[in-house]
Write a protein that binds this ligand. Structure first.
Ligand code: FPP
Length: 239
């Protein structure tokens, strides 16, 4: 693939619209998730080809536990199958796997499988693939603030030394660059408790395309738009 576009170092994605995709076709919601998982594969593959270094998918939020038990069970099964079927591709494509969020609450040996996959891919040096699972940004920030309070209380950190880095280092995303671009599908203009700290200066791209229809062609459209954006980080245009 030719690199016609400016390539973000870190791309973050809110995958939305699986349910609507299925409903439009008179299919049960879970079929939307099955097709959505295919988009995860397609977008990951395209990011490997493009040389993107970090790719984060919002796969399951802390709020998603409010969904019907059957749908949650299906999503967990899909995730399980995804890890099983994608592991060899990850190794082949030099992909390093990570998660953000509290995975200890995930059912049926899934947490163990995710930890094993992280460990087995930890020497890979290509794309860093990050799944946000049982992830909520306010919870993440709160946990970081608690750690800071604890460190101050125990004399490990002086309040005067408290800076942005002190928070950044205590987030799940420790060591990862902030997203340059965040894509949200299905037209909703919300951040939905996703990477609130990390998205401070990210470019946002919202498309009405539903996630199961978001494949390489749509990704290239988003990158084309991103390439035309000028990032000023609160400063002024460079002359
Ligand atoms: C949003 O669509 C999608 C989710 C909450 C789950 C995302 C999961 C997948 C794409 C599939 C499995 C993931 C992996 C990593 C294999 P929605 O159900 O909220 O759609 P709606 O807003 O149209 O109802």
């Amino acid at each position: 693939m030719t690199k016609r576009f400016k390539i973000p170092v870190h791309l973050a994605v809110i995958m939305d619209g699986n349910g609507r995709w299925a409903k439009k076709r008179n299919m049960p919601r879970f079929m939307g998730h099955v097709e959505g998982a295919k988009s995860v594969r397609a977008v990951t593959e395209a990011c490997v080809e493009l040389g993107i270094k970090y790719l984060t998918f919002y796969a399951f939020s802390t709020e998603n536990w409010k969904r019907p038990k059957k749908e949650i069970g299906f999503l967990m099964k899909l995730l399980n199958n995804y890890i099983d079927s994608e592991f060899s591709t990850m190794m082949k494509n030099n992909v390093r796997f990570h998660t953000i969020g509290d995975i200890s609450r995930l059912p049926g040996g899934l947490a163990k499988k995710l930890e094993e996959t992280k460990k087995k891919t930890s020497k890979n040096t290509g794309l860093n693939l990050i799944l946000a699972l049982n992830y909520g940004s306010r919870m993440e920030i709160l946990a970081a603030v608690r750690q800071v309070a604890d460190d101050v209380k125990n004399g490990r950190l002086s309040p005067d030394a408290l800076d942005e880095k002190a928070i950044t280092e205590r987030l799940y995303t420790k060591g990862m660059p902030d997203p340059d671009l965040m894509i949200r599908t299905s037209g909703e203009m919300r951040i939905s408790n996703f990477l609130l700290w990390q998205l401070a200066y990210s470019e946002l791209y919202v498309t009405r395309v539903l996630w199961p229809d978001f494949r390489k062609k749509e990704l290239l459209k988003a990158l084309k738009e991103y390439s035309g954006r000028e990032r000023r980080y609160g400063g002024v245009e460079a002359k």
